[in-house]
Write a protein that binds this ligand. Structure first.
Ligand SMILES: *C/C=C(C)/C=C/C=C(C)/C=C/C1=C(C)CCCC1(C)C
Length: 241
């Protein structure tokens, strides 16, 4: 009987002073709320925007599921849920690249551009994972982080000055404005992640960032970027209905 009842035992209780766990909890809630918002608003838009709004909702929904799990993982183990963090990212960051493609499609964005950005984002994340979870000693995290950073800059170049930027300029109007805002997210919002990485791995930078809590930084970054990105697209759909 006791064994049976234990099936219904609550998930581990979070300590009230566990502020890292709290950011997982709030992150989960925010991602759920944002998903409901995007999914429920979808039908009010013209067909040409629906896929973009759907992708916004998928990004926050995939994150909500991972945060649900990561909150639990943190409460149980008090260690970083690194693997699930990267599974989340490897699903959601490519979808953010798809988002760029979708809004620029009418201006002539090619699948080649989309796949290049997706490929770069996967390189960025796989190398980041290697430095954070596999090759964790000595100078290795710094080297993998650097390779990851190069892929990040290649994405940034594409959207801020390369092919994607040219298409956005050609599109003009609300699409260009939305594109430029998304670029700011990639430039400023995504730059939060390397700070989290340097806080959580060992390297020459440990004296500068070592005192910070990696998961809190990642959780803040995710909330800003995933929900913010979606709202930019939502705003574009509203303003050019
Ligand atoms: C929703 C999740 C997002 C937008 C995640 C983005 C993640 C990054 C931009 C991560 C970048 C990294 C570097 C540029 C270097 C160090 C390793 C990473 C993976 C943290």
């Amino acid at each position: 009987m006791e064994k049976f009842l234990s099936l219904f035992a609550a998930a581990p209780v979070m300590a009230t002073d566990d502020y890292v766990g709290f950011t997982f909890f709030v992150g989960c809630m925010a991602m759920m709320a944002a998903s409901a918002f995007f999914f429920l608003s979808m039908s009010s838009f013209d067909n040409k925007w629906r896929t973009s709004i759907l992708v916004s909702g998928l990004i926050t929904f995939i994150a909500a599921v991972h945060y649900w799990y990561m909150r639990d993982y943190w409460a149980t183990n008090a260690t970083s849920p690194t693997f699930f963090r990267y599974v989340d990212w490897v699903l959601t960051v490519p979808l953010m690249c798809v988002e760029f493609y979708l809004i620029l499609r009418a201006a002539g964005a090619t699948r080649k551009l989309m796949w290049r950005m997706i490929g770069l984002s996967v390189v960025m994340l796989v190398t980041g994972y290697l430095g954070e979870a596999v090759y964790t000693t000595g100078a290795q995290p710094a080297i993998w982080g650097l390779i990851s950073g190069l892929a990040y800059f290649a994405i940034l170049y594409d959207v801020a000055a390369g092919e994607a930027k040219k298409l956005a300029v050609a599109a003009g109007g609300a699409v260009e404005a939305a594109h430029n805002t998304l670029v700011k997210f990639v430039f400023i919002g995504w730059a939060i992640y390397p700070i989290g990485y340097m806080a959580g791995t060992e390297g020459w930078y440990s004296g500068i960032f070592g005192g910070l809590q990696m998961d809190v930084i990642y959780n803040i970054g995710d909330a800003i970027n995933k929900i913010g990105f979606g709202l930019v697209v939502y705003n574009l759909a509203v303003s050019s209905k």
